[in-house]
Design a protein around this ligand. Structure first.
Ligand SMILES: NC(=O)c1ccc[n+]([C@@H]2O[C@H](COP(=O)([O-])OP(=O)(O)OC[C@H]3O[C@@H](n4cnc5c(N)ncnc54)[C@H](OP(=O)(O)O)[C@@H]3O)[C@@H](O)[C@H]2O)c1
Ligand SMILES: *[C@@H]1O[C@H](CO)[C@@H](O)[C@H](O)[C@H]1NC(C)=O
Length: 336
């Protein structure tokens, strides 16, 4: 007893209580944020079956793309996994076949950072696929500090995230039109808001830190998607784009030590799973609700708004015209 009173009477008591309450408050706040993020993770309950549909998914060997492929395979779709790493892609393919009992899963080589690879992939598809119902531009990458340049002399993040998909869409557009109603789904990012696209530097080699170009490339995705939707009006090929949420995936892998440590705490503690991250893509690829919707931005399976810069159609048009040159489209290639 005397010992307890002794402890109570010291100022340690006040300090300890203060410390304990602070820690409890911080833990409670973090838990509530985590809980809030979990319950607001969009879930798409669309039951649409995809039997008889062919879907191309880029970057389907990991992260959000893998979960998208698994879900659509479960709905009976024929899936073309367009991946640069055939080894991991084939392993994921086996996993999907086993889990969904759907063996209409194909793996094809596609490196979006190489125009040659994009052209080879597209030529193969045009030759072998009579019909593409959904094209999902999911693949994406980010660098940390130092930039890289593609074999075509294009800044690598922009080449992979924007110019590659831009070129691929052109090369596949005739198949898509022929398959109409068809859909194009583009995985962009809300992080576009942290950047702006510099018209004078559309091939931004030498930008430091290179991570900034991830945001720029995602902004370019949005300009591309909106201008594409305009050009495809009346074709019954729709284009919608989305933010998957902040997701614990491989996209953060290039964050260097020691920044990767706090980053890992954040991604593991607060970001959503890749399965949750796939929901809006799945929604846009399958739901009847969006069968006739085009040119819109989605988040958590609901339409979302864009900032004023993203709505600048004149800028979107200029970026398109420059992209034709940087992606080295020729007069023999399909026009959109
Ligand atoms: N994670 C997020 O919080 C978040 C937020 C907003 C938007 N996004 C977007 O979501 C999409 C999917 O990313 P994720 O989060 O699932 O990341 P991830 O796990 O890193 O998956 C990215 C996929 O893209 C593929 N890829 C990268 N470069 C490629 C290339 N040159 N050619 C072909 N495929 C390539 C990767 O293949 P490898 O396995 O060969 O590298 C991988 O399959 C990206 O467009 C990303 O920008 C993600
Ligand atoms: C979409 O448009 C077609 C006609 O082009 C119509 O038959 C269909 O009911 C529409 N779907 C929705 C969900 O509005």
């Amino acid at each position: 007893m005397g010992f307890i009173f002794g402890w109570l009477s010291t100022e340690h008591y006040v300090r300890d209580i203060f410390l304990m309450t602070s820690v409890a408050a911080i833990v409670a706040t973090l838990m509530s944020i985590r809980f809030y993020l979990r319950i607001t993770a969009g879930r798409c309950f669309t039951e649409t079956k995809m039997e008889g549909k062919t879907v191309i998914i880029t970057g389907a060997n990991s992260g959000i793309g893998k979960e998208t492929a698994k879900d659509l395979a479960g709905r009976g779709a024929r899936i073309i996994m367009a991946c640069r790493n055939l080894e991991t892609a084939n392993a994921v393919k086996d996993e999907i076949v086993k889990e969904t009992q759907n063996n209409k899963i194909l793996v094809k080589k596609l490196d979006l950072g190489s125009q040659k690879s994009v052209r080879e992939f597209a030529a193969d598809i045009v030759k072998t696929e009579p019909k593409i119902d959904v094209l999902i531009h999911n693949a994406g990458m980010a660098l940390a500090f130092r930039g890289q340049t593609s074999e075509d002399g294009v800044e690598l993040t922009m080449a992979t995230n924007h110019y590659g998909p831009f070129l691929l869409t052109h090369l596949l557009i005739d198949v898509l039109k022929k398959s109409a109603p068809a859909r194009i789904v583009i995985v962009a990012s809300e992080l576009y808001r942290l950047s702006s696209v510099n018209l004078a530097k559309l091939n931004p080699i030498g930008t430091f830190p290179a991570a900034y170009l991830y945001y720029v490339s995602k902004f370019a995705n949005i300009y591309f998607a909106r201008e594409l939707a305009k050009r495809l009006e009346g074709t019954k090929v729709t284009v919608n784009f989305l933010h998957p949420g902040m997701i614990d995936s491989g996209i953060w892998r290039n964050v260097p030590f020691p920044l990767n440590l706090p980053m890992m705490a954040i991604t593991k503690g607060f970001f959503k799973t890749t399965k949750a991250g796939a929901q809006t893509t799945i929604y846009l690829a399958t739901s009847d609700e969006v069968a006739n919707v085009s040119g819109k931005y989605y988040m958590d399976c609901k339409e979302a708004s864009l900032n004023a810069a993203a709505l600048d159609e004149e800028k979107g048009l200029k970026i398109w015209e420059e992209s034709v040159k940087i992606a080295k489209l020729t007069p023999q290639d399909p026009k959109i």
